[in-house]
Design a protein around this ligand. Structure first.
Ligand code: NDP
Ligand code: GDR
Length: 371
């Protein structure tokens, strides 16, 4: 039985990857951070009581900023595969916490690689690094592929650039099977609530059911190549099953704007909107509504506004990936379209909003968290 160690197992990708590997018959170990509240919601459904016989899913307390902890876990687990998905992964937050972001995202990757080497696991343990389309930043070529030069535009992207190159360096220096998946944005109902797609599907669902009246967003012109996390974790595993380690771009090859993602989400919730105004004055007004689906909204309501606080000091305006190499060499193609993904996310958030609305109706106080 193969053993995998996943950093960031409590995150969006970590939870899908853990499910995927358990289905493949792996013994899966994940690193979770200590928090003052439970933070394992995304993996609770696969949690196994450690008192059970022969559990296949194990959680270890740890942190990418603590090399002694990483070395001990690696030494205990002796994994065949390490998936380094843990990171301070929010681009906007990286401008607020640049040093911590560098520590976790850049140095954390080095700590893991060095622990593998120090423990003499460099010929046994295959290493996957969660690299990102943010490396392309100020894009030098459209679409972006494995050979496109990098120009990172945030402390997050700069930290991830170090992680990218240190992974390449350990491959070249020590013959380690270490590779980078350069993944473009990927989303799901498990996406963190402050990333734009989930912020939109959750906001629109709450607005549809009258739990919120208006959603505030930043740059509506940003263009992204959005795929589904489930398609992308499959590729993370495929990258470690080759004879030789190589880096791959993972993307859909299609892009839409934040504004279009708003339109799609509204339409899934039974709301048609029209955008007017420009820049900070842009708004979306309801032009028609299916009141069975969206009883909390009426024609003429302004449900989207721009708040410059969500603008970034340096923005990545456009990203579009070319996944040809992944298709040709690994036979990988994404199976879920952005429209299908958006429908799944809106349906899931409508379900959550309905639960909140029901509690509210019956007199329970419901606080809806916001950033
Ligand atoms: P999430 O933000 O959902 O998950 C990040 C995970 O990392 C969480 O489990 C988090 O723990 C954990 N983590 C954060 N800081 C530390 C730390 N110091 N030590 C240990 N663990 C830590 O990200 P995604 O699942 O979306 O992304 C997975 C990886 O892929 C990340 O590295 C991200 O940068 C990268 N990536 C993501 C893309 C995307 O579109 N989703 C695209 C390209 C790359 P906790 O739950 O406690 O916060
Ligand atoms: P990104 O994702 O920065 O691409 O990083 P995010 O969803 O945060 O932003 C995408 C684009 O939408 C614009 N935007 C807003 N973003 C947020 N979060 N909130 C808003 O209100 C808002 N309004 C407009 C942003 O400016 C941006 O242009 C994600 C993360 O998962 C990274 O970890 C990963 O590496 C990259 O995707 C690929």
């Amino acid at each position: 039985m193969k053993k995998a160690l996943i950093t960031g197992v409590t995150g969006q990708d970590g939870s899908y990857l853990a499910e995927f590997l358990l289905e493949k018959g792996y013994e899966v170990h994940g690193i979770k951070r200590r928090a003052s509240l439970f933070n394992t919601e995304r993996v609770d459904h696969i949690y196994e009581d450690p008192h059970n016989d022969n559990p296949k899913f194990h959680l270890h307390y740890g942190d990418l900023t603590d090399s002694s902890n990483l070395t001990r876990i690696l030494s205990e687990v002796q994994p065949d595969e390490v998936y380094n998905l843990g990171a301070q992964s929010h681009v906007a937050v990286s401008f607020e916490a640049p040093e911590y972001t560098a520590d976790a995202d850049a140095m954390g990757t080095l700590r893991l690689l060095e622990a593998i080497r120090f423990l003499g696991l460099e010929k046994k343990t295959k290493f996957y690094q969660a690299s990102t389309s943010e490396l392309y930043g100020l894009v030098q070529e459209i679409p972006q592929k494995e050979t496109t030069p990098f120009h990172p535009r945030s402390p997050y992207a700069v930290a991830k650039m170090y992680a990218y190159w240190i992974t390449v360096n350990y491959r070249e220096s020590y013959g380690m099977y270490a590779c980078n998946g350069i993944l473009f944005n990927h989303e799901s109902p498990r996406r963190g609530e402050t990333f734009v797609t989930r912020k939109i599907t959750r906001g629109v669902a709450n607005i549809a059911l009258g739990m919120e009246s208006c959603l505030y967003l930043g740059n509506m012109d940003a263009l992204r190549d959005w795929g589904h996390a489930n398609d992308y974790v499959r590729m993370q595993w495929m990258m470690l099953q080759q004879d030789t380690a190589e880096d791959f771009v993972i993307a859909t090859g299609k892009q839409i704007s934040v504004r279009d993602f708003v339109r799609l989400s509204c339409s899934e919730a039974g709301i048609s909107v029209e955008f007017s105004g420009e820049g900070v004055n842009e708004i979306a007004t309801v032009t028609s509504v299916d009141s069975d689906k969206a009883p909390g909204v009426k024609t003429g309501d302004v449900i989207i506004k721009v708040d410059p606080r969500y603008f970034r000091p340096a923005e990545v305006e456009t990203l579009l990936g070319d996944p040809s190499k992944a298709k040709e060499k690994l036979g990988w193609v994404p199976e879920i379209t952005v429209e299908e993904m958006c429908a799944e996310m809106v349906a899931s958030d409508l379900e959550k909003a309905k639960q909140h609305a029901l509690l509210k109706k019956h007199g329970f106080s419901v606080a809806v968290a916001k950033e």
